[in-house]
Design a protein around this ligand. Structure first.
Ligand SMILES: Nc1ncnc2c1ncn2[C@@H]1O[C@H](COP(=O)(O)OP(=O)(O)OP(=O)(O)O)[C@@H](O)[C@H]1O
Length: 242
């Protein structure tokens, strides 16, 4: 195991369904996702990207193999341990933001702390919103914010517990290119400040902002690029989509 890894997967498989209908969504993956680094996960549709992200974040259980988060083996964690882990050690951001429409930005960001039984001081919540460039939008509800702003609120909500790893599944998939850039700039700044980030994306331009790109096909890791530009990422992706 890589001691410096944020997440390590060893021989990890996840099978959906049974018998002839079984799909090996993730098939014997060995992978070390580095600490203080931003890793993008790419691959054709159905190659297992989201499943891999869910396994690494403890949102789903592996059928075989081992998953280590920051050195903790979560393979055999109980449901309660996984719930605690999701609340305190990982953050998750989705394509569709998943904010609660009736709550303000501040209330959305405070929610994970409230669920953990804390009553966070407003100053703490405001500081996290300010760190995503939305210090003046705390009282707005999601419908009063642009898509890029909503995703930044979702990132603030994911970061309020100071997770070891931020997982993002297509975080720019629902955004226009200008809004996507603001979100990617934010993720880049967070990674530069030492945050571990794992992001699934279909967009070579987004993947090129990460430090490294892992390519999946048929549930297996088939390729890896570091420090590549968008063109190189796009060419490599195309070669695996053939
Ligand atoms: N809950 C499920 N039940 C059954 N099969 C599933 C389930 N989730 C995923 N699969 C299957 O597992 C495989 C991998 O799915 P996954 O969503 O991880 O791929 P992906 O690379 O993220 O795809 P996309 O880019 O289209 O979002 C696919 O064949 C999918 O149909």
């Amino acid at each position: 195991m890589e001691a410096s890894a944020a997440v390590s997967l060893r021989g990890v498989s996840r099978v959906y369904g049974k018998g002839a209908a079984a799909v090996r969504a993730v098939d014997g993956v060995d992978l070390d996702l580095p600490r203080s680094g931003w890793t993008a996960v790419m691959g054709p549709s159905g190659s297992g990207k989201s499943t891999l992200l869910h396994l690494a974040a403890g949102l789903e259980r592996a059928d075989s193999g081992r998953v280590l988060l920051g050195g903790t083996d979560i393979t055999h964690a109980t449901d309660q341990q996984l719930t605690d882990l999701r609340r305190s050690r990982v953050g998750f951001v989705f394509q569709s933001f998943n904010l609660i429409g009736s709550l303000t930005a501040e209330q959305n960001v405070a929610l994970p702390l409230r669920l953990a039984g804390r009553r966070p001081p407003r100053s703490e919540v405001r500081a996290v919103l300010a760190s995503v460039g939305l210090g003046d939008r705390g009282g707005h509800r999601p419908r009063e914010l642009s898509g890029g702003q909503q995703q930044r609120v979702a990132i603030a909500r994911a970061m309020v517990t100071r997770p070891e790893v931020l997982f993002a599944d297509e975080p720019t998939g629902a955004l226009d290119s200008a809004a996507a850039r603001t979100v990617l700039d934010l993720l880049r700044a967070m990674a530069d400040a030492g945050q571990s980030i794992v992001m699934v994306t279909h967009d070579p331009g987004a993947a090129a902002r990460a430090d490294a790109v892992v390519f999946l096909r048929d549930g297996r890791v088939v390729d890896h690029l570091a420090g590549a530009g968008a063109r190189e990422v796009a060419d490599r992706l195309a070669s695996w989509e053939r």
